[in-house]
Design a protein around this ligand. Sequence first.
Ligand SMILES: [Zn+2]
Length: 127
Amino acid sequence: MLSDTFQTILVKIEKKTEIDSNKLKNILEYIQNKPIYSYVYPEVIEEKLNIPISECMKIFVYLEHFNVLKQVYKLYCPRCKDVSSKIYENINELEEENECEFCGEELFEEDNPYKYVIIYFRVIKNG
Ligand SMILES: [Zn+2]
């Protein structure tokens, strides 16, 4: 069962999009069981709920509008083959701070600013 808040969000998103309401409901139920400040990953949703990553991303973006999820960012270093321990709350932070904390490699390319950015979704409301 969805909480009243999540049920309201579901109805609102349903009206605006063609996203399958069962899929949406399954994702919301999944998020409801996650602690605040934990992370949800499209890859896990795909595996667990059999919802393609592309659809999942769309739903996540909608859920961000309703303050259920928040996008945060990490940097990936191809030389270290590792992700930053730091989590960036704001995409603009990455313009100023874009060196690999391990090897110092600059992880920014003018023509493809998001090349090394990995997006995570943090749960900020779970019911
Ligand atoms: Zn590195």
